[in-house]
Design a protein around this ligand. Structure first.
Ligand code: PLP
Length: 242
């Protein structure tokens, strides 16, 4: 095995090739796919290795990890998105440290975020998370409610909806995985048709280490990749779904 294999730099190069190939297959421009590294459980020195390879966007799942790494990484230019399940009592920390919250999945949560931001006279970008696999264990609003949720949240002045996020079905059945991403693209279409003020559908956050090719073929504009770059985590598998 080559000495460079399994280093973060090597893994990022392999990942960029995967993105390029998937784009070739679907006639898309690799520049239209944002790469977010999911850095849960990854410590700052290894994240800095990724920054040295040109990575500028990371995602955290837990408020505590987000705030700890915010301090450790703040001298290095980058953006952080919150991609995990957000509890109301963590809103304050998350809006202080994240540029975008990808996991807004219910109106009461959106309203609480909005109220906090209003008090600080600022706003934040968000995505609406949809549970396209309809697994009970997963967060995200049901697909049938998503367009209505977008419309309701659009009324909150301090939140800017930039698009949608989903976690595809964890399965070796590619058609079932693809169906999740298609469902998200359908919701996007429905929302665009409604022509809702203060709503953009430019960001489609879908695709992870195991299914990014399918997601890119179906229209993803932002993939969230963890294990393909940092290796497997000590976490139990179901935690990675949050
Ligand atoms: C961990 C995580 C990812 C990355 O998953 P991998 O399979 O490790 O690439 C993507 N999205 C979310 C929401 C995650 O929690």
């Amino acid at each position: 095995m080559n000495k460079n294999e399994n280093t973060i730099a090597f893994n990022i190069r392999v990942l960029r090739e995967r993105i390029k190939t998937a784009c070739l297959h679907s006639n898309r421009n690799p520049n239209d796919i944002q790469l977010l590294l999911a850095t849960k459980t990854v410590l700052p020195p290894r994240i800095i290795e990724a920054f040295n390879e040109g990575i500028t966007l990371i995602g955290e799942n837990k408020a505590q990890e987000l705030t700890e790494k915010y301090e450790a990484l703040q001298t290095i230019p980058h953006e952080t998105h919150f991609i995990g399940h957000l509890q109301s009592n963590k809103i304050k920390d998350v809006i202080r440290c994240a540029h975008c919250i990808q996991s807004v999945d219910r109106f009461d949560l959106a309203k609480k975020i909005n109220t906090r931001l209003a008090a600080q006279n600022r706003s934040i970008d968000i995505l609406i998370q949809v549970n396209t696999s309809m697994e009970e264990s997963k967060f995200g609003c049901p697909p049938s409610d998503a367009a209505d949720l977008v419309e309701a949240v659009s009324q909150l002045d301090h939140l800017h909806i930039r698009g949608l996020m989903t976690i595809g079905l964890f399965s070796s059945n590619k058609d079932a995985v693809r169906a999740c991403f298609r469902r998200l693209m359908e919701i996007r279409k429905t929302v665009i048709k409604k022509n809702i003020p203060n709503v953009s559908m430019d960001v489609m956050s879908m695709g992870m280490s195991g299914d990014l090719e399918i997601a890119i073929e179906e229209g993803s504009t932002l993939i969230r990749v963890g294990t393909a770059v940092f290796g497997s985590r000590a976490y139990p598998a179901n935690n990675t779904q949050q």
